[in-house]
Design a protein around this ligand. Structure first.
Ligand code: NAD
Ligand code: TYD
Length: 355
């Protein structure tokens, strides 16, 4: 038995590989293009290397995906691969269309062909699980309830528009071709191996290097933070027990304003790695020009996955943040290795004009 995952050298995908190897003996085939966001470093510490097979390649390469499906005969595909950063989607939306829309479409096509040739018994087992985001639902007003699976899609960034499009294709392949799909829409994740372009690792990285901590706009935007391992466990739960064709929203029951998140990181670092002369890292906080079209608030109502599949996050924000800060402190060589030439170019592109 085997599963095929895509994007398993990225942040959530690599955490998923560790969770999988810890919980199962089943082989895991990992197809990843190794963009700037994918790093084989992330998978170095895997204990059972033989259980994990890495293949470098693009999800849009239907022929390659078809060959992998024929060779390994997986019982499931989990699609993590995506261009994932909102600010990059604003600077250059095309990669987002190519991977998130066209790539997912090609992956679905390869899966449809493979599925159509399976025996009835293997068909009954097969699943295509698409990993998506709460950003497809758009932005909430402060008084609105969290997103349920019934909220209308109102994407506001090229990133969320491309993910919304991929979600629609996944849904259509269930209704039109009977491909046994499942979709998860999750809130913001944080934890080990997150590329330091995203808020938490960026703030930790800058703080440790005595650089300004950039907060967009007034910092009152709200995100619902979930520790990455809790997300991985939700995906495993949906894979094993989710109802075919259904969508499951996954969230942390943990809304925080960006400025609060940044201050919490600073106070953890103040305790764990005090600055010189008793200064606080919070003195490095700098308010910078806002992101265009910045969504004000995301929040997930995770009642469905909680009630129907008995999933709940294990980490609180307090415990998850402590683990995360400690991980980045203990793994500064990892951050060094991923913040090379390309990363510096991105930092110049994104932050120089924000003032
Ligand atoms: P990431 O950017 O850290 O990793 C993406 C991975 O996909 C990288 O390893 C990259 O090399 C690979 N990849 C990119 N394009 C590819 C292609 N064309 N073919 C094959 N591989 C390719 O992203 P992440 O944060 O781990 O997100 C994983 C998934 O979870 C994405 O689909 C994202 O939309 C979704 N998601 C992320 C969050 C979050 O907070 N990070 C929250 C909800 C949902
Ligand atoms: P991010 O980690 O990019 O995730 P997303 O945009 O998918 O929610 O950003 C999280 C929040 O933090 C978002 O409201 C934008 C904000 N942010 C900053 O204030 N400063 C930064 O340097 C970055 C990268 C993000």
């Amino acid at each position: 038995m085997a599963i095929l995952i895509t994007g398993g050298a990225g942040f959530i995908g690599s955490n998923f590989v560790y969770e999988w190897v810890n919980h199962s003996n089943e082989q895991i085939i990992n197809l990843d293009k190794l963009t700037y966001a994918g790093n084989l470093e992330n998978l170095k510490a895997l204990k059972n290397q033989g259980q994990h097979i890495f293949v470098q390649g693009d999800i849009a390469n239907q022929e390659l995906v078809g060959q992998l499906l024929e060779k390994y005969q997986p019982r499931a595909i989990i699609n993590f691969a995506a261009a994932s950063h909102v600010d990059r989607s604003i600077k250059g939306p095309e990669d987002f269309v190519m991977t998130n829309v066209v790539g997912t479409f090609k992956l679905l096509e390869a899966a449809r062909h493979y599925y159509s040739n399976l025996t009835d018994q293997n068909k009954a087992q097969f699943r295509f699980l698409h990993v998506s985001t709460d950003e497809v639902y758009g932005s909430l007003l402060p008084t609105e309830n969290g997103f349920t699976e019934k909220n209308p899609y109102q994407p506001n960034s090229p990133y969320s528009a491309s993910k919304a499009s991929s979600d629609h294709f996944v849904r259509a392949y269930y209704h039109t071709y009977g491909l046994p799909v499942l979709t998860t829409n999750c809130s913001n994740n944080y934890g080990p191996f997150q590329f330091p372009e995203k808020l938490l690792p960026l703030i930790i990285h800058n703080a440790l290097n005595e650089k300004p901590l950039p907060v967009y706009g007034d910092g009152t935007q709200v995100r619902d933070w979930l520790y990455v391992t809790d997300h991985c466990q939700a995906i495993m739960t949906v894979l094993e027990n989710g109802q075919l064709g259904e969508v499951y929203n996954v969230g942390g029951f943990n809304e925080q304003k960006n400025i609060e998140v940044v201050k919490s990181i600073c106070s953890h670092l103040d305790k764990k790695r005090p600055r010189a002369q008793g200064k606080s890292y919070s003195e490095l906080i700098t308010f910078v020009t806002d992101r265009p079209g910045h969504d004000k608030r995301y929040a997930i109502d995770a009642t469905k996955i909680n009630k129907n599949l008995d999933w709940a996050p294990k980490e609180t924000f307090q415990t998850g943040l402590e683990k995360t800060v400690n991980w980045y402190l203990d793994n500064q060589a990892w951050t060094q290795s991923v913040t090379s030439g390309e990363y510096r170019k991105w930092v110049d592109t994104n932050y120089a004009a924000r003032g």
